[in-house]
Design a protein around this ligand. Structure first.
Ligand code: ACO
Length: 170
């Protein structure tokens, strides 16, 4: 859906680091996820990460509208190629705590780069842009969980090992 002929973006594009935008390969762009990205392959990109399942367009729009109502908390970015196809996606969720004087913590989640587009530094640019959004929002730290085989990637993005992830699945 277009609003005044402009795409309906999750949040203000000005929050995206200009340095990251300028560092992308020619023809690629980074922007907030848009309501009409459903048809640009964003769910297929996420399938390189894990199970996505079947999500109807109306379910997608419901989710987008929920995020948009909370768009000082959910920041999802996409990178598109020269055909405006989504080739990378990732989120930072900003949590409001009581500790650290009601401090904010950024949680990086659900990072995925299309299989055919990996190795072009798109993942690194995405993490840099999401980290900058967290920092600019006032977070005192940004954290994420990943598997051992991705540790070296996140180290290249400036992250260091800290703690252990635990989970209980339902
Ligand atoms: N192991 C070691 N080094 C790596 C890895 C890896 N798995 N992946 C990338 N790198 C290195 C690259 O070689 C590059 O190094 P260089 O600067 O010396 O050349 C640097 O990290 C940056 O790599 P990018 O090209 O930016 O990586 P890419 O665009 O391929 O994205 C990503 C990496 C996101 C892990 C991608 O491969 C992917 O989508 N994988 C499948 C889904 C996944 O595992 N997502 C992360 C889950 S964790 C989470 O969501 C919080």
């Amino acid at each position: 859906m277009l609003v005044n002929n402009l795409p309906d973006l999750l949040f203000d594009s000005q929050l995206i680091s200009e340095e990251v935008s300028n560092a992308l390969p020619e023809g690629y762009a980074i922007r907030p996820i848009a309501r009409d990205d459903y048809s640009r392959g964003v769910l297929d990109v996420l399938r390189v990460l894990t199970t996505v399942g079947e999500i109807s367009q109306s379910r997608w729009e419901e989710q987008f509208d929920y995020w948009k109502k909370h768009n000082d908390q959910y920041y999802t970015l996409v990178i598109t190629d020269k055909n405006e196809k989504v080739v990378a996606v990732g989120t930072i969720l900003v949590e409001r705590k009581l500790i650290h004087e009601c401090g904010l913590v950024g949680h990086i989640e659900d990072i995925a780069v299309d299989k055919n587009q990996q190795g072009k530094k798109l993942g690194l640019r995405l993490i840099n842009a999401l980290t900058a959004i967290g920092k600019d929002a006032g977070a005192y730290k940004v954290i994420l969980d990943c598997s051992d085989h991705n540790v070296a990637f996140y180290e290249k993005c400036g992250y260091v090992r800290a703690g252990v992830e635990m989970s209980l699945k339902f």
